[in-house]
Design a protein around this ligand. Sequence first.
Ligand SMILES: Nc1ncnc2c1ncn2[C@@H]1O[C@H](COP(=O)(O)OP(=O)(O)OP(=O)(O)O)[C@@H](O)[C@H]1O
Length: 327
Amino acid sequence: MAAQGVSVNDFIALEKVEKVFEVRRKAGFLKRERHEVRAVDSISFTVARGEMVGYIGPNGAGKSTTIKMLTGILTPSAGRLRVAGIDPARERVRLAHRIGVVFGQRTTLWWDLPLADSYRLAHRMYRIPDARYRQNLDRLVELLDLGALLDVPVRQLSLGQRMRGDIAAALLHDPEVLYLDEPTIGLDVVSKARVREFLREVNAERGTTVLLTTHDLQDIEQLCSRVMVIDHGRLVHDGSLAGLHEAGESERTLVVDLERELPPVEVASARVVRVEGPRQWLAFPAGRSAAPLVADLAARYPLVDLSVREPDIEAVIARMYAERAVS
Ligand SMILES: Nc1ncnc2c1ncn2[C@@H]1O[C@H](COP(=O)(O)OP(=O)(O)OP(=O)(O)O)[C@@H](O)[C@H]1O
């Protein structure tokens, strides 16, 4: 039966989940003190089937610990956690057949073997029916452009090639949910675009639920309509990217080119944040229309050209982390 507040459509469900690590710290010459690290502190959220959600936060916030609990590698210290109705820590092997995991920082492929051998091993390990395995492999090889790489030992692959190989390995057994931990780390812009495009296709084509952890906010902007922010083990935002802008009280920037170099312009509801020759940058609240501001400027200053820049998500999030660090 579904727990209170959790619908049967919720594919991933966490209720007041905690993870406390006990560590020993040096406290003198020979003395060591026990110390608790609350890596995840009473987190609750649900993810519906087919959703693509970003899970972000500064270093040490608790992201990996959450993912490890979702795969069953770690057992929560308190709370309730279910993935596809399964308690991950209790039935890790059964769950493994339904989830795929990609860690950008390390590979699950066999380092010394050709890529194709890792796939054959996955075929047997997950007992994937032959026809389905062949069909999935063909499709993944095509979509991720792996044809020429199948006979190459993994250690000879470039980072981008290896990442595509890892993503294919995670999807061979048709998992219903995919956890991605920094899937574009270290990749060049072309490889990043390719990986993102592929993830969009998988999500649309197969309805795979995706939980994406990343420090690259462009991953989030391009893939996720919902983003959860974790900081010091606590969930501090769960909503749309636009909502994140509001929470961070973000600003848009009006860039104006004047006829000549002038002192900073003076207008209501905006402030000049930079001046470079005849060009000036004005910050104003992201929720406000630029029209009255432009009209005011045009009436009083010799305006030649202008453009509006949307808030920089990196800046919004940096401010959010900083605000929490001092609060
Ligand atoms: N096995 C462990 N034993 C003790 N402390 C741990 C252990 N694993 C994680 N921690 C601590 O728990 C906190 C959260 O770590 P976690 O790895 O989940 O953060 P993260 O958000 O994934 O960080 P990053 O972005 O740097 O990967 C940190 O303070 C970390 O030092």
